[in-house]
Write a protein that binds this ligand. Structure first.
Ligand code: G3D
Ligand code: MG
Length: 316
């Protein structure tokens, strides 16, 4: 069965809405890292002989068929064009510290655009954690977003880091919402099922599951898996002052943020907007640091109940 046939078949049989996203950019820009970081791999349709990684990933309620189109050779050109042309969304990844290849990246971007005139475009200026990462101005000097405005293309330009996760989830949420404009995805509210509060050296301070006893009991196994994941995250991110991550734990999302000495994770619904969850966790961290500075007692549960009354699973 041809690859296209298989993809079409996957589309017919699955329940979740499927969208195809072509992710392009020069070698080493961070495409694979981004995809692995943000999306949960469902199953793989990778065909090494095609020279294109084709994988089906899950993000919120959507399944993305991602074409990671790195390292193309003239032999693969026509295939590359075909994937871009048929994609629902286009993601371009730029290594913002690789200034010597900005011209080349810009040409590549324009070439990709020429193959697809309708898909929303997410332009990721990656690796902003690096000291010599280009500023927004420097990037705007080489990439002509004005042209996209003239063409009335939907686009989003985000500076992010696949390594620390900064701004990554916000940008994918934008793309997700663009791709499912008409579908029922909650835009503003998340359902917080529980939280974890750890010190960044690994000490557990506080963890709590929200909800009625029955709901809690159902979530206990997931909550345990979440605890394991947060410890893994703490180890992996030991060298970073700040880091963000989004993990799928069965049918929930775990949003993890590290800020200097503290790590907070919140456990939210599968279809909830990750960007909103990221925003909540960051504000909790900020409020906690301020309480500690004022020598007042910190209780995350109280902070959530007070500041995000619509966002958590209530007891009754
Ligand atoms: P590609 O798929 O676009 O070719 P990769 O790129 O995802 O393979 O990434 C290329 C290298 O860049 C990898 O390093 C990866 O870890 C690194 N990288 C990706 N994103 C970031 C980022 O945001 N910040 C930093 N500092 N590095 C990043 P290695 O050493 O494994 O080749
Ligand atoms: Mg790659």
């Amino acid at each position: 069965m041809s690859l296209f046939r298989r993809l079409t078949k996957a589309k017919e049989e699955g329940n979740a809405e499927k969208k195809s996203v072509a992710i392009v950019g020069l070698d080493g820009a961070g495409k694979t890292t981004i995809v692995k970081r943000i999306l949960r791999s469902e199953f793989t349709l990778t065909r090494p002989t095609f020279g294109v990684n084709i994988e089906v990933y899950k993000y919120r309620s959507l399944e993305f068929i991602v074409y990671d189109l790195g390292g193309q050779t003239p032999l693969r050109e026509s295939l590359w064009e075909k994937f871009i042309t048929s994609a629902d969304g286009l993601v371009f990844v730029l290594d913002s510290a690789d200034k010597g290849r900005f011209e080349l990246a810009s040409e590549e971007f324009n070439r990709a655009l020429s193959f697809n005139k309708t898909a929303p475009i997410l332009f990721i200026s990656n690796k902003i954690d690096l000291e010599d990462a280009a500023s927004t101005d420097e990037i705007l000097n080489i990439i002509d977003f004005g042209e996209l405005v003239r063409l009335q293309r939907k686009y989003n330009f985000t500076r992010c880091s696949a390594l620390t996760g900064a701004m990554l989830f916000e940008s994918w949420d934008w793309l997700t919402l663009e791709l499912c404009k008409d579908e029922d995805i909650p835009k503003n509210i998340v359902k917080i099922h529980g939280y974890y509060f750890f010190k960044s050296e690994g000490m557990e301070v506080e963890t709590t599951l929200f909800g009625k006893p029955k709901t809690q009991a159902k979530n206990v196994p997931l909550f345990k898996k979440g605890r394991y994941e947060i410890i893994k995250f703490i180890k992996q991110m030991a060298g970073f002052e700040t880091a963000e991550s989004l993990l799928q734990v069965d049918n929930k999302q775990l949003v993890l943020i590290k800020e200097k000495k503290n790590v907070i994770g919140i456990f939210v619904g599968e279809m909830d907007p990750a960007a909103r969850a990221v925003q909540i966790v960051k504000s909790l961290l900020d409020k906690m640091v301020r309480s500690v500075n004022n020598h007042t007692e910190v209780n995350i549960k109280n902070l959530i109940e007070k500041h995000y009354p619509l966002d958590y699973i209530k007891d009754k």
